[in-house]
Design a protein around this ligand. Structure first.
Ligand SMILES: NC(=O)c1ccc[n+]([C@@H]2O[C@H](COP(=O)([O-])OP(=O)(O)OC[C@H]3O[C@@H](n4cnc5c(N)ncnc54)[C@H](OP(=O)(O)O)[C@@H]3O)[C@@H](O)[C@H]2O)c1
Length: 438
């Protein structure tokens, strides 16, 4: 921050979807931001890969560069905004900027999930703040909510619909009966999904966000290997329809929680059945929502656009406003202290929920009794059974069981025995059922 008038001089790395939004909206609301922060938020340098690419925003040629290092090395840059995405280059960029004593703003959940521990440590060592509001749930201010507004709480649980593309696809499958591939193509056509939507549909985009939320809540950076992530690629229209008939809806749900008295934390992402009368089930299309339960506040819910140029740039700009305020007041790294370090991740086999199990079984007497015998021996209660009347005679017919809360390990062991029964086909579906009550 130079003398007067006060300025926050921004080096913007990346002018893609989000970067262009930041550039555009900083100009659009320049006066408002000046009034509110007391500083002029000014982009002084922009790094891109291809300087000749046609863009929606007019960036003066003299401030464009193809080397992000120029932003880091430039003494005229106060804060570096990393919006290039990916892990390796982004890590290099963020760590170099922090080492140069600059504040950094990033929207990159992948680099935080993979290398967040090192980056936060570096930020503290260098007394250079690292802000990341845009990294989880786009425009929803969930990072600040957990970090600041809920600072007086132990976090009991977080349940989040935190990937807009998956939610769009599941919403279309549920509302219109459109198959996964068709709904995905639609999401791509509308620009919701990336050209390579792998991280969206395989669950890892949500997995990265869940890792960040777990760090904020419990003070521990989980390694991605400690997190169980299942995407939506294998969700079938058959299961979507059964879920509805049972009073549920299938959502890609991120779960971050800690059982009372258990110091191990549970972080997982999977397509899950949630009750249709729970408010999260009404979160449709590309919208995101995060339900946070704290021991003092009780239940809270945050809803909004989880991605997109304007929504995400709103989050980046809020970090820039914080950066401006901290620079004006001579505050370095604000040293966020997450509450406690809760040892290890809870192994997947020990995580507990209800289950939806769809089997293909021979249409003959006694099969249900054999299955119930196995679940009973494993101590798993059956909540309900659905076996629709076959429209025409068939060798195998679907049998759907809703199972009471049980550990994944127990259910897996019982399922292995069930699938060994001669009357049961190998093809099946096992999904979590989350009551969302604790
Ligand atoms: N899109 C969203 O809605 C959203 C929401 C929340 C968070 N985020 C996160 O925000 C970040 C940016 O996402 P995006 O959608 O804006 O990505 P994008 O559209 O692919 O844009 C990436 C930008 O970075 C530039 N770039 C890439 N590598 C570079 C390098 N080595 N040096 C200099 N510039 C480089 C590209 O330059 P060229 O233009 O010249 O190719 C491009 O301008 C990602 O971490 C993403 O996860 C995105």
């Amino acid at each position: 921050m130079d003398g007067s008038p006060k300025q926050l001089r921004i080096g913007l790395a990346g002018l893609g979807n989000v970067g262009a939004g930041v550039f555009k909206n900083l100009l659009k609301n320049a006066e408002l931001l000046h009034e509110r922060t007391g500083a002029e938020l000014r982009v002084v340098r922009v790094a891109v890969r291809d300087p000749d690419r046609k863009r929606d925003v007019d960036v003066p040629a003299e401030i464009l560069t193809t080397s992000w290092r120029e932003l880091v090395d430039d003494p005229e840059v106060d804060v570096v905004v990393e919006l290039i995405g990916g892990v390796d280059d982004a890590f290099e960029l963020i760590s170099s900027a922090l080492r140069a004593g600059k504040a950094v703003v990033t929207g990159n959940k992948a680099v935080l999930a993979e290398r967040g521990k090192e980056l936060v440590q570096l930020s503290e060592e260098q007394n250079a703040p690292l802000y990341c509001e845009a990294a989880v749930a786009g425009g929803i201010p969930i990072i600040k909510a957990v970090k600041e507004a809920l600072v007086g709480n132990h976090i009991d649980s977080i349940y989040g619909i935190i990937n807009g593309t998956s939610n769009y696809i599941l919403t279309r499958m549920t509302a219109e009966g459109i198959a996964f591939e068709e709904a995905l193509a639609e999401a791509q056509e509308k620009g919701y999904a990336e050209a390579d939507p792998a991280l969206d549909v395989n669950g890892w985009d949500a997995g990265h966000k869940a890792i960040i939320l777990a760090w904020l809540s419990y003070g521990r950076w989980l390694h991605p290997d400690e997190v169980s992530v299942t995407g939506i690629e294998d969700v079938s229209l058959t299961d979507v329809a059964f879920a509805i008939s049972l009073g549920y809806e299938i959502k890609l749900l991120g779960v971050v929680r800690k059982a009372p008295g258990n110091e191990r934390i549970e972080v997982r992402v999977a397509p899950s059945l949630i009750p249709r009368d729970h408010i999260l089930s009404s979160v449709d299309g590309v919208f995101n929502a995060v339900a946070v339960r704290g021991d003092v506040v009780g239940e809270t819910l945050f809803y909004g656009s989880g991605a997109g140029q304007d929504a995400t740039s709103s989050a980046v700009i809020s970090d820039l406003a914080d950066a401006a305020e901290n620079l004006i007041n001579g505050v370095g790294c604000t040293g966020f202290v997450p509450h406690g370090d809760f040892g290890q991740a809870l192994p997947l086999a020990d995580t507990v929920s209800g289950y939806y199990l769809r089997l293909g079984v021979a249409d003959q007497p006694g099969v249900l009794a054999q299955i119930a015998n196995i679940t009973g021996r494993h101590g798993i209660g059956i909540l309900s059974v659905v076996q629709p009347e076959p429209e025409a005679p068939a060798a195998h017919i679907p049998l759907v069981l809703l199972l009471h809360d049980a550990s994944q390990g127990t259910v897996d062991a019982a399922l292995a025995e069930i699938l060994d029964l001669g009357a049961v086909q190998a093809d099946h579906a096992l999904l979590r059922v989350e009551s969302l009550k604790s």
